[in-house]
Design a protein around this ligand. Structure first.
Ligand SMILES: Nc1ncnc2c1ncn2[C@@H]1O[C@H](COP(=O)(O)OP(=O)(O)O)[C@@H](O)[C@H]1O
Ligand SMILES: [Mg+2]
Length: 498
């Protein structure tokens, strides 16, 4: 996705961050990046300087009051980045550097004014375009009183502006007694947060708390730090993504199944496949995926639960070659790990499938696992709602898989999300003549008509088969209904049939 370029904005080296900032950070201003230790300030600041060096040949200066040059270089190296050509000015308090010789020593009681002078001298000498000051909390510690501290920072701000520097000031929020320290002096305030979870990777998110005279995307955005990159996932606003699309229904490629759903699944709608584990939900979804590929449309399958190998095996058993389609780029398969993935990242992946690859069919397998990406988060259903609205606005055929708990007996729905979907397909086991078989029925469809009947379905190596309507059920509302009608309409093996 292209980031709008603007002459008075400076790119940060993180494309999706620039998207939220509507082009980047305003030039020649002071921007605050605040967050507790470990939230990613240094990493983002390094990216900012590296982008300047590599993409536009701008000179960068990193003023470090807490970390040594070698510590910084090591953390850059852990990402495969080099700080060559970026000046690191190390000003570490005396007590912290007993065994270091290179850096400029100054006694702890030296006043803030002296430190500021050293910083300004270095800026004067180097004449950088981009400056990082890490961190404000160290300066706060040096200042004896609040007023002098504020005055010194104000002087620094003026000095930087005169020298036309664009500056990122980092603040790790220590020694701050809860005040919104110096926010009023800053052009932009960006907050970083890290939320530890009981299991899985920590969740990071960021928010632009203010940016003077410029638009930006408000609210929290998930982000991640991987080895080699900072990835920001702009939150989704469905209303901003409306497109014209041709209405119509897509076929499953199985005639009797299309009859059951009332000629197919409508574009721009969401269908939920509900049923116990092992009943064939993923296989049914694959059937629509395979048919999309056959029509020449791109389909994207997001799997939290199954490995590609399992899905491949299942598809081969259905007479569909998804490996071939994947290789030819007609199909997207993404494995999502619920203990590592944030909802924001997942939504971003789906958007890439739709906007970049033009996916017309999207499968989310399963909703249960998606919801478990953030068990403590109430906002998740709202976010899901936003995603589905977006997909519907894009004319995508969305298939959600919802696994019910229990296989037989009292089958339970873990969450009631049927209100979010336009159609609900119920799949379950039933008993007939001492055998367990599978039934499929459409229990809700918002657009158009559908059958109210129950049909049998079965996965044969030759493909999926859906039988004629079945009457004579007992216990339809129980976990496993039983069929007591004539055996004739039941599906039989091809071999048996001959
Ligand atoms: N090479 C790396 N690969 C993946 N994650 C990393 C890597 N290096 C650092 N991190 C993550 O980034 C975080 C440190 O970010 P950093 O920018 O130093 O934070 P801050 O400056 O806000 O204290 C750590 O919590 C760590 O999880
Ligand atoms: Mg840091």
């Amino acid at each position: 996705m292209p980031t709008p370029k603007s002459p008075d904005k400076m790119q940060t080296g993180i494309p999706e961050f620039d998207l939220i900032l509507r082009g980047g950070l305003p030039r020649e201003r002071l921007h605050l990046l605040e967050g507790s230790p470990g939230t990613g300030k240094t990493t983002i600041a390094m990216q900012f300087l590296i982008q300047g060096r590599d993409d536009v040949g701008e000179k960068g200066l990193y003023v470090s009051l807490s970390e040594s040059t070698s510590e910084l270089a090591a953390s850059a190296a852990s990402h495969g980045w080099s700080l060559d050509g970026i000046e690191v000015f190390e000003l570490v308090p005396l007590e912290a550097q007993l065994d270091r010789q290179q850096s400029i020593l100054y006694p702890a009681e030296i006043e803030l004014g002296e430190t500021m002078r050293l910083v300004m001298d270095r800026i004067q000498a180097l004449d950088p375009d981009r400056v990082v000051i890490d961190s404000l909390s160290e300066l706060r510690l040096l200042a004896q009183d609040q007023l002098r501290y504020r005055r010194q920072i104000l002087a620094l701000k003026q000095f930087l502006q005169e020298r036309r520097c664009t500056t990122l000031v980092l603040d790790d929020l220590t020694n701050r007694d809860g005040s919104k320290d110096l926010h009023s002096l800053m052009h932009t305030v960006i907050s970083l947060e890290q939320v530890e979870r009981s299991y899985g990777a920590a969740r990071r998110r960021l928010r632009i708390a203010k940016m003077r005279g410029a638009t930006y995307q408000s609210g929290w955005h998930d982000f991640a730090i991987t080895s080699g990159a900072v990835l920001v996932f702009p939150s989704l606003i469905a209303e901003e993504h409306k497109t014209e699309f041709e209405a119509g229904e897509v076929s499953s490629g199985v005639k009797s199944l299309d009859e059951l759903t009332g000629s197919g699944l409508a574009r721009g709608t969401t269908t939920m496949l509900v049923g116990p584990s092992g009943v064939g939900k993923s296989s049914l979804a694959l059937q629509y995926v395979a048919e999309a590929v056959r029509r020449g449309e791109y389909a994207a399958y997001f799997s939290f639960d199954e490995t590609f190998a399992t899905l491949l095996q299942r598809s081969t058993a259905l007479g569909i070659d998804i490996a071939e389609a994947l290789k030819e780029g007609k199909l997207g398969w993404e494995r999502a790990n619920p203990s590592r993935l944030s909802p924001g990242e997942f939504v971003w992946q789906v958007r890439r499938g739709v906007e970049d690859r033009k996916a017309r069919v999207v499968v989310i397998d399963s909703l249960n696992s998606y919801l478990s990406t953030m068990p403590e988060e109430q906002a998740l259903t709202l976010q899901m709602h936003e995603l589905l609205t977006y997909l519907n606005n894009q004319g995508v055929v969305t298939i959600l898989i919802l696994a019910q708990q229990g296989i037989v007996g009292d089958v339970q729905n873990p969450v009631d999300l049927s209100f979010m979907s336009d159609a609900v397909v119920l799949m379950r086991f039933f008993e007939a003549y001492g055998e367990v078989r599978k039934a499929i029925s459409v229990v809700k469809k918002r657009s158009g008509v559908h059958e109210l009947s129950i049909r049998e379905f079965r996965l044969f190596p030759e493909g999926m088969q859906v039988g004629p309507r079945l009457m004579d059920f007992h216990g339809i509302l129980t976990g496993v209904p039983s069929y007591s009608g004539s055996p004739d309409p039941l599906l039989r093996d091809m071999t048996e049939a001959n």
